[in-house]
Write a protein that binds this ligand. Structure first.
Ligand code: SF4
Ligand code: SF4
Length: 423
């Protein structure tokens, strides 16, 4: 397996003026958790769907044939279809896709005091390890176990994750903690936050406690999902989510001012932890988002959604530019021609979906250096902070082995990252 898909992405950007394709396949919208921030929670009364295996195989083959480098199998809860999921991963690996990801809400880690827990988790980890998976994420919503478990409706999972991580590591899988930013992170009730300063301070300590907790749990990698509320009065409200992971619930609903403070808090907290845990979130993205929400600056680079990145919906198995442009059904992925994507191409900056936003932001300068070198150099010369952060991010990614979830971190290579702070 090529362990450096991001390196390959860099090479591709340089040689072909493009970003290697990334496909997010929602294999099912069924879920057994109760997250208030999500329209797929088990209590939502809608008929659940899944993409048939034969269609998934066709999609994977088409992705490989089109040169896509990354496939994420998402849900719902992907592990509800564990046997089929393993088959999908194996098929993608055999088709030559180097970067294959999936994850879980953690339900498998319940009942960790059962006598057969270790055997059960070992069996799962061994089968995953043999499948060809590169990255495996586990959702964690809070530094406080009770808060996380109440939000997910999955009691006891944090104790189970503590026990399970060494087993996964032993099997050669280094799971990533996946934080969905939400209001419970601050640790105090929203009505008790009375000023922007107090909002900022509480989220700084919230992120700090979160990173501290996942380091203690034994995670070696972490990612952060930006709030994906589609608020009716916000820019981007024209979006219609085909991916029901977006919700208008207050727990994930933040105003523009609050989002700016969140991104600032995260930006300023990350450097303290970069040498202790591999943090996928690029600070370049956070700076761009902070400026976007404070100074109404256009995000520097348009999202690659609909150009190089696509989403496949569980309900009809069709392709969309992403999970949030539900009005743009592009049909079956295997029938999608490059001409169709060019026709549908638009410089979209309507949301902050980190799955597409972060790689778009990181790859943007590389594409510019190749296609519009003068513009790129001028930008770097006039915005030294951005240039410095981007170089730091690239160096950090390299030191982290490009976040290969099948390799242990090499801490001696990973240094504390970045001294720039947003004042
Ligand atoms: S966020 Fe994930 S785990 Fe939670 S209800 Fe939605 S699909 Fe299920
Ligand atoms: S910014 Fe990207 S993820 Fe968001 S709506 Fe546009 S294409 Fe979709």
């Amino acid at each position: 397996m090529n362990s450096f898909p991001i390196l390959r992405a860099i090479q591709s950007a340089w040689r072909q003026h493009s970003v290697p394709g990334q496909l997010v396949i929602q294999i099912t919208d069924a879920c057994n958790a109760r997250c208030p921030q999500c329209g797929m929670r088990t209590t939502e009364p809608f008929p659940r769907s899944r993409i048939p295996m034969k269609d998934i195989r066709l999609i994977i083959d088409a992705a490989a044939q089109k040169g896509f480098q990354a496939i994420s199998f998402t849900g719902g809860e992907p592990l509800l279809l564990f046997d089929d999921l393993l088959e999908m991963i194996r098929h993608a690996a055999q088709a030559g896709i180097p970067c294959i990801r999936t994850g879980t809400n953690g339900f498998i880690f319940r009942e960790s005091s059962d006598r057969n827990f270790t055997g059960r988790i070992t069996h799962i980890a061994e089968r995953l390890a043999a499948s060809g998976i590169r990255n495996f994420w586990i959702s964690i919503d809070s530094a406080v176990p009770e808060v996380h478990e109440r939000m997910r409706g999955l009691p006891g999972v944090i104790a189970g994750i503590y026990k399970a991580l060494p087993i996964f590591h032993e099997c050669g899988i280094y799971p990533s903690a996946n934080l969905g930013i939400n209001r419970n992170l601050s640790g105090i009730r929203h009505e008790d936050i009375h000023s922007p300063e107090s909002f900022y301070e509480n989220y700084c300590s919230g992120f700090d406690r979160f990173y501290q907790r996942i380091c203690d749990m034994g995670f070696t990698m972490v990612n952060c999902c930006y709030p994906m509320s589609l608020h009716p009065t916000e820019p981007g409200s024209g979006l219609s989510a085909v991916y029901a992971a977006a919700a208008t619930a207050p727990v994930v609903n933040f105003s523009r001012v609050e989002k700016a403070l969140l991104f600032k808090a995260l930006f300023n907290t990350i450097p303290q932890y970069r040498s202790r845990i591999r943090i996928f979130t690029p600070r370049t993205s956070l700076l761009a988002l902070y400026r976007h929400y404070t100074q109404h600056e256009l995000l520097p680079y348009p999202c690659r959604g609909g150009t190089d990145f696509f989403f496949i919906d569980a309900r009809n198995g069709h392709t969309y530019p992403c999970g949030y442009r539900g009005g743009e059904d592009l049909g079956r992925f295997e029938e999608l021609r490059p001409a169709d994507t060019l026709k549908n191409r638009r410089d979209c900056r309507l949301c902050d979906w980190e799955c597409f936003r972060d790689p778009s932001e990181l790859m943007g300068p590389l594409l510019d250096l190749q296609t519009r070198p003068l513009t790129a150099l001028k930008r770097f010369a006039t915005d030294r902070t951005y240039a410095r952060l981007w170089l730091e991010d690239i160096q950090y990614y390299q030191a982290c082995g490009f976040f290969d979830g099948r390799k242990a971190p090499k801490w001696e290579r990973i240094r504390k990252g970045g001294c720039d702070v947003i004042e």
